[in-house]
Design a protein around this ligand. Structure first.
Ligand code: MV4
Length: 674
C-alpha cells in the first residue's frame, strides 16, 4: 500500500483528498505558492513544500518542482486533483519516469482522449454512439458542405482541437455553410493553432449527462451511474445532480456500458468521466472523456455511499476495485451547487477580497464517514467541501470558488428542499457571491421541475436577474435595531432598548434613519413608546410595533407587530448585511453624525467606508483641497459614494486608480490636513 502521497493542488480538492488520505492512514504532503502559505490545504496536510510565486505558472504548474518535492519528502504517489496538471500527459509520464505513481490514468489514455477527432475515431471503433456527423481528415469546403447536406441542418461545426465550446458554429442552411466554415477555421487556427473542423448534427436542446467510470489495473471497469450537469453558464457548470432526472434503468445501463467501453478502448485506469450529450428523448452521444476526478464527484459519492478518492488510492496502490458492477446501488438524490466569489449582476465578474464572514448552518465539512466506520449509505443531508475559512482571502490568482455545497435527499424534491435551506443559511460577507443567483435558480420553475437543458440559464435570464426590490419592513427593522444597538453599545448592554440613554444624546425620543439599498433610499422613523413596550416604526406610510427581544454578537431577536423574528446582522463599515435565514439583504447606512461625505479621516488617512470599486478619481496628487471637496467616487451595491475631503488640506498621494477593487477599511489616499 501507498503510505505517503503528495497532493499537487490547492483549495477544496486538496483538502478533500487529504481528508480521505488521513482516514486511510496515508501521510500527506501539500504544495503551496506564496499566496497560499497559510492556506487551509497546507494545514490539512502533514507536511508541506513551497513551490514559488502566486501565479500558477510559477507554482502549481511547475511539474518538475512537484516531482522533486515528492522525491524529497518520500511520497510514493502524486494526486493531481483537477485542473492544473491533472490532464497533462507529459506530467503523468514524468511521474512514471521518476518512479512515482500518478494517481490518474496512464499518459497514453490522457493523450488518446486529448484530441477530439482522434478520440471520436477510437470511440466509433468501440461502438460508442457518436453524434451523426463527419469527423474524418478531409477538409475541403465543398466536401464538408456535402457532408452537412447529407447530415441535415442545422449542423454544428466544431474545431477538432477545440473544447469548452470554443470554435463552434451553428449552420442553419446550406447557403450559410461556406461563410461559417471560414469563420470557424479562423477561430480554430487562432485559438488552437489547428484549423481542422468536424461537422455534426446540431442538437437544439441538449442535456449534459456524464458517466462516472472507474478502472483498476486488473482489468475491472465499472460505472458509478450518471450526473446531469446541464445547468451551465458559458461552459462552466453551476449545478450538478445525480441521478439524472428522467433516466430509465435501461438507458442508464446502455450509457454506463458505453462509458465502460470508451474507458476500455483507451486502456483506462482510475477515475474518469465520459461526457455525453443527450437529446430530450434520451438518445445520447459521446462528447469527450475527462481523465481526472471531477469537481462534481461528490454527488456520485452521495448517492452511492462510496468514497471515490479512496477508490483512487486503492487503484493507485494496485488493488482491485472495491465493488463489482452488480454491487453498486443508487440511494436517493444529490445536488451540488458551486458557490463562487463572483458578481452575477456584473457578468459574473470574479469578486476578490477577504471572507470577513463565512458561516453555514447545519452543514458538515467533508466527512463521508467516521474513522474506521464502513462507508455510509445514508449520508449527511448537507456536505460542504471548501478550501477556505472565515478570514481567508479569495485572490485573483486562482479559481474564485468558495465552496461546493452538496445536499442529499431521499428523492429530488427532498434534495431540492435541503439545497434551498442550505443556500438560505449561507452567510458570506466581504465579497460578492452567486448565492442569491443560485437561490433563484434552484427555486425557479425550470430547475425545480427538472426541465433541464444546457440553455436553461440563458432562457430564464429575466427571472434569474429580477430588478432590485426595496427592502422589506423586516429587513429595515433589523437594520434599525443593529444601528441603535451599536450606538448604545457601551451603555447598559444587558437591556439596550429599555433604556433611552442612547436616544437622549440626540435630544429626542424619535429618530429618523435613512438606509439605501439597490432599489434606492428608504427613510424610517422610530418613536420610543415611553412605557418600556418598545418602539413605533414608521416606514412606507405604515406603522409597526417593534421591540427588541434578544441580542448577542450579531444575532438579533425582534418582535415586529407581535411576530417574533430572528436575524444575524453583520456590519461591514457602512454596510449592514441582514441574514434572516431566507436571504441576505444589504443596506447602506451613513451615520449623519459621522464625517461629511461618507468619508472617514484617521490621522491623515482616508479609508474606504465599504468594499467597492473606484469609479472616479477627482483629486490630483499634490493638490490643495477645501473641506468637503470630492476626492474619489466609489461604487458599491450599484450606488456611488463620494469620498470627500474631511478638512482643508493636501492630497499627498493617490493609492488607487479607476477600476480598482478596494476592501472595506483600505486606505484610499494620503491626506494632510492644512
Ligand atoms: C454540441 C451541442 C449541440 N449539438 N454538439 C459545447 C462544449 C463541447 N464540449 C460540446 N458542446 C456542445 N456540443 C452538438 N452536435 C451543444 C453543445 C453545448 C453544450 C454541451 C454540453 C454542455 C453545455 C453546452 C452548452 C452549450 C453548447
Amino acid at each position: 500500500m501507498i503510505n505517503k502521497i503528495l497532493i499537487a493542488n490547492r483549495g477544496e480538492i486538496a483538502c478533500r483528498v487529504a481528508a480521505t488520505a488521513r482516514r486511510m492512514g496515508i501521510a500527506t504532503v501539500a504544495v503551496y505558492s506564496d499566496a497560499d502559505a497559510r492556506a487551509k490545504h497546507v494545514q490539512a496536510c502533514d507536511e508541506s513544500v513551497h513551490l514559488g510565486p502566486a501565479p500558477a505558472k510559477e507554482s502549481y504548474l511547475r511539474g518538475e518542482l512537484i516531482i522533486a518535492a515528492a522525491l524529497a519528502t518520500g511520497a510514493q504517489a502524486i494526486h493531481p486533483g483537477y485542473g492544473f496538471l491533472s490532464e497533462n500527459a507529459d506530467f503523468a509520464q514524468a511521474c512514471a519516469d521518476a518512479g512515482l505513481v500518478f494517481i490518474g490514468p496512464p499518459a497514453s489514455a490522457i493523450r488518446a482522449m486529448g484530441s477530439k477527432s482522434a478520440a471520436k475515431a477510437l470511440m466509433e471503433k468501440a461502438a460508442v454512439p457518436l453524434v451523426p456527423g463527419y469527423h474524418g481528415e478531409r477538409q475541403e469546403g465543398a466536401f464538408l458542405r456535402g457532408e452537412a447536406d447529407r447530415i441535415g441542418y442545422p449542423v454544428l461545426l466544431k474545431a477538432s482541437a477545440g473544447g469548452g465550446g470554443k470554435g463552434m458554429r451553428v449552420v442553419e442552411r446550406s447557403e450559410d455553410f461556406e461563410a461559417a466554415l471560414a469563420s470557424c477555421k479562423r477561430e480554430a487556427i487562432s485559438s488552437f493553432g489547428d484549423d481542422r473542423v468536424l461537422v455534426e448534427k446540431y442538437l437544439t436542446r441538449p442535456r449534459h449527462v456524464e458517466i462516472q467510470v472507474f478502472a483498476d489495473t486488473h482489468g475491472n471497469c465499472v460505472y458509478l451511474f450518471e450526473r446531469d450537469c446541464s445547468v451551465q453558464r458559458r461552459h462552466q457548470k453551476v449545478l450538478e445532480e445525480a441521478p439524472a432526472p428522467g433516466m430509465t434503468p435501461q438507458r442508464r445501463a446502455a450509457m454506463g456500458e458505453a462509458a465502460v467501453a470508451a474507458a476500455r478502448a483507451v486502456g483506462y485506469v482510475g477515475a474518469g468521466t465520459v461526457e455525453f450529450i443527450a437529446n430530450q428523448d434520451g438518445s445520447f452521444y459521446f462528447m469527450e472523456m475527462n481523465t481526472r476526478l471531477q469537481v462534481e464527484h461528490p454527488v456520485t459519492e452521495m448517492i452511492t455511499g462510496q468514497d471515490l478518492v479512496e477508490w483512487q488510492l486503492r487503484v493507485a496502490a494496485g488493488q482491485a476495485l472495491p465493488l463489482r458492477q452488480d454491487e453498486l446501488r443508487i440511494a436517493g438524490h444529490a445536488i451540488e451547487a458551486r458557490i463562487y466569489a463572483e458578481n452575477p449582476e456584473k457578468g459574473f465578474l470574479p469578486s476578490i477580497g477577504t471572507l470577513a464572514r463565512l458561516r453555514t448552518a447545519g452543514a458538515v465539512e467533508f466527512r463521508l464517514h467516521e474513522a474506521d466506520a464502513p462507508p455510509s449509505a445514508a449520508p449527511a443531508a448537507v456536505r460542504i467541501d471548501s478550501g477556505v475559512r472565515e478570514g481567508d482571502a479569495i485572490s485573483p490568482f486562482y479559481d474564485p470558488m468558495i465552496a461546493k455545497l452538496i445536499v442529499w435527499g431521499a428523492d429530488r424534491d427532498a434534495a431540492l428542499r435541503n439545497m434551498a435551506r442550505a443556500l438560505a443559511q449561507y452567510q458570506v460577507v466581504g465579497l460578492a457571491t452567486n448565492i442569491g443567483f443560485l437561490q433563484r435558480l434552484v427555486s425557479g420553475a425550470a430547475f425545480s421541475q427538472a426541465d433541464l437543458d444546457t440553455g436553461l440559464i440563458e432562457r430564464h435570464h429575466d427571472a434569474l436577474f429580477p430588478p432590485p426590490a426595496p427592502p422589506s419592513v423586516e429587513t429595515l427593522a433589523f437594520a434599525a435595531a443593529a444601528v441603535l444597538g451599536q450606538e448604545r453599545s457601551g451603555a447598559d448592554a444587558s437591556d439596550p432598548w429599555s433604556s433611552t440613554a442612547g436616544w437622549r444624546l440626540n435630544g429626542a425620543l424619535t429618530r429618523t434613519l435613512e438606509f439605501s439599498g439597490e432599489a434606492g433610499k428608504t427613510r424610517l422613523q422610530l418613536a420610543y413608546a415611553g412605557d418600556g413596550s418598545g418602539w413605533t416604526l414608521h416606514a412606507d406610510g405604515a406603522t409597526h410595533a417593534l421591540r427588541l427581544e434578544s441580542s448577542g454578537d450579531d444575532a438579533l431577536g425582534l418582535s415586529l407587530d407581535g411576530r417574533s423574528l430572528r436575524a444575524d446582522v453583520v456590519r461591514e463599515g457602512e454596510l449592514l448585511h441582514v441574514f434572516d435565514g431566507r436571504a441576505q439583504r444589504t443596506l447602506h447606512y451613513a451615520d449623519p453624525m459621522a464625517h461629511a461625505g461618507h468619508s472617514e479621516a484617521e490621522g491623515g488617512r482616508l479609508t474606504a467606508p465599504m468594499p467597492g470599486k473606484i469609479v472616479a478619481v477627482l483629486a490630483q496628487k499634490g493638490s490643495s483641497v477645501a473641506k468637503g471637496a470630492p476626492l474619489l467616487i466609489m461604487e458599491a451595491m450599484k450606488m456611488e459614494h463620494t469620498i470627500a475631503a474631511p478638512a482643508d488640506g493636501i492630497v499627498q498621494d493617490l493609492l488607487y486608480a479607476v477600476g480598482d477593487q478596494v476592501a472595506e477599511g483600505a486606505q484610499l489616499l494620503e491626506f494632510k490636513t492644512a
